[in-house]
Design a protein around this ligand. Sequence first.
Ligand SMILES: Nc1nc2c(ncn2[C@@H]2O[C@H](COP(=O)(O)OP(=O)(O)OP(=O)(O)O)[C@@H](O)[C@H]2O)c(=O)[nH]1
Ligand SMILES: [Mg+2]
Length: 226
Amino acid sequence: MSEIKVVANILHTNEEITSKNKEVLNEKGIYVINMMSSPGSGKTSLLERVISKLKGQLSIAVIEGDLYTTKDAERIEAQGVPVVQINTGGACHLDGKMIKGALESLNLDNVDLLVIENVGNLVCPAAFELGEDIKITVLSTTEGNDKPLKYPRMFENSGAIILNKLDLLEFTNFNKMEFYNDINALNAHAKIFETSCVKDQGIDDLCFWLSQQIDHKRGGNILCQE
Ligand SMILES: Nc1nc2c(ncn2[C@@H]2O[C@H](COP(=O)(O)OP(=O)(O)OP(=O)(O)O)[C@@H](O)[C@H]2O)c(=O)[nH]1
Ligand SMILES: [Mg+2]
């Protein structure tokens, strides 16, 4: 019983800090993505692709969550956009307090899009709101199509789901029809993208859709600019 109380308190504290973070982000009109998946599904690879296509058009910043290393932040830095690394020191998810610290070390003026890459984990990150406008969950074909039903929360709460590593589909037993049926049962409104970072497949569609979401938050100011 005491264990349940502790978890409830942690979530309550997270909610308070996150709502303050969200105020700051909303005031600046920044569109925020919380990107989640199991380790290795391709979050950073997708980000690299998206940044390279959108950075001329939008101002992008990134918060990278990782247990110990700065490897992902180095990859994003190479794309020429501001990035802050959060090392959770072993914790399996990001929380509001960590995001608060990262926001304080980023210059948020004129940022259009902030992407938070969560720690690779299909379970814990789903329980912690980070002040995002949208959760995007990535699943790769090599993980098996049974994952949405086995780890439903992340898929249920995501506004978009990306099926990545499409180039490897033929080497796996991933059943796309079952995948679509399961997602439809869990979260019929989720926007679904099929991508391959290796073949640069589906990334343009993803970027176009993201631009529309960002534009919508900004009240139509970005895409309409001359
Ligand atoms: N074949 C193939 N490999 C990919 C694709 N996307 C990513 N990879 C590879 O998958 C591996 C993991 O990719 P990352 O982008 O590091 O995955 P991640 O989700 O950021 O991983 P963590 O941050 O550790 O959770 C790398 O070796 C990538 O090159 C893809 O579309 N096709
Ligand atoms: Mg990564």
